[in-house]
Write a protein that binds this ligand. Structure first.
Ligand code: HEC
Ligand code: HEC
Length: 298
């Protein structure tokens, strides 16, 4: 019989079962595989994006990198180098726009000669093509951080300014007065005194120690001497929001108080203002220093 070429391929019940299974199963498997393939790139854990790469990265990220601003948390200040690299180097690294170049002592020498306070003042308020605070806002970089950047730049360019004193905890906050009133002579007071002493240490001690407890014959001379020796550490540049020397607007609201009240603040402190500016000068000299500061805004 030569029927073989025309015979049905299925000859036994076993072959029939196999053919039926193959007929259903193979297309289904193909469909399932296709579906998986098409959906593959967007698959996540059921109904969430909890397994996405970004989410996982965010979760395992070292939290030292998290940059959250909590107004009540103790502030971590950037170093002068960090501020310089983030902001000031834009111009000062290359000397763009006529900026004194970083580490170029010839550029810096005449500027350094003006003294740290003048440099800081310029950095805060701007000058020519130098934008105030290098173009940043006080929320981004505090006066203290700008001061550190100035110190960093100047000290790498021939100066040897002492590091600016870190503001006392909470002192820079607007609530300084209330906080200090509440805490009295506790830790905050001590921290403020320490900040004051450090601030004063950064003042070139040009004036003779005229104010050291002795009372000078000439009150106005004594006032000026004490101002230069102590008070200007904060009042020259407005450190810690101290009313600036010669700034009528800053002083006007304060001078609405009777002068005895103003004396009292100077003698006993107010907010971030330490008693007697942190010095041990005589009451008379402190009052003379107040008179000296007040006369500059009259
Ligand atoms: C957009 C460019 C630019 C940036 C950013 C910049 N500066 Fe300047 N800076 C200048 C220029 C220009 C001068 C020179 C100004 C002049 O003497 O007229 C200058 C001068 C200075 C001086 C010398 C001032 C003086 O009294 O002679 C200091 C200090 C200073 N900058 C600090 C800083 C600090 C701190 C930062 C960063 C927070 C900064 N600058 C960011 C352009 C810049
Ligand atoms: C450590 C920085 C610092 C030093 C040093 C300092 N002051 Fe002050 N001073 C301040 C601050 C901050 C204020 C603003 C206080 C406030 O209003 O909360 C202030 C405010 C004052 C006021 C105004 C008070 C008012 O509101 O009527 C007088 C006056 C004053 N200081 C005098 C002096 C005299 C005088 C000296 C030197 C013997 C001195 N200060 C040294 C930081 C300082």
């Amino acid at each position: 019989m030569s029927e073989a070429p025309h015979g049905a391929p299925i000859k036994t019940p076993a072959q029939l079962i196999a053919a039926v299974i193959a007929g259903f199963a193979v297309p289904i498997i193909i469909i399932v595989l296709l579906a998986v393939y098409v959906d593959n790139s967007t698959r996540t854990g059921a109904g969430t994006d909890s397994l996405s790469e970004a989410e996982v990265t965010a979760r395992i990220k070292p939290f030292a990198q998290v940059d959250i601003r909590d107004a009540n948390a103790p502030r971590v200040y950037k170093t002068g180098e960090e501020v310089y690299k983030a902001v000031c180097s834009a111009c000062h690294a290359s000397g763009a726009a006529g900026a004194p170049k970083f580490t170029n002592t010839a550029d810096w020498a005449p500027r350094i000669a003006q003294g740290f306070d003048t440099l800081l003042h310029t950095a805060l308020t701007g000058k020519g093509a130098m934008p105030p605070r290098g173009g940043t806002s006080p929320d981004d970089y505090s006066d203290f951080e700008i001061a550190r950047a100035v110190t960093y730049m100047a000290n790498n360019s021939g100066a040897s300014f002492p590091q600016p004193a870190e503001p006392a905890a909470g002192a820079a906050a607007a609530s300084g007065a209330a906080a200090a009133a509440a805490t009295g002579a506790s830790d905050a007071g001590a921290a403020q005194a320490a900040a004051a002493m450090a601030a004063m240490a950064s003042v070139p001690q040009a004036a003779a120690p005229a104010a050291g407890g002795t009372q000078s014959a000439d009150a106005s001379q004594a006032g000026k001497a004490l101002y230069q020796q102590v008070c200007q550490a904060c009042h020259a540049a407005g450190v810690l929001n101290a009313p600036k020397f010669g700034d009528k607007d800053a002083w006007a609201p304060r001078l609405k108080d009777p002068i005895d009240t103003v004396y009292n603040y100077a003698l006993h402190g107010k907010g971030a203002m330490p008693p007697k500016g942190g010095s041990n000068a005589s009451d008379a000299d402190v009052k003379a220093a107040v008179d000296y500061m007040v006369s500059a805004v009259k």
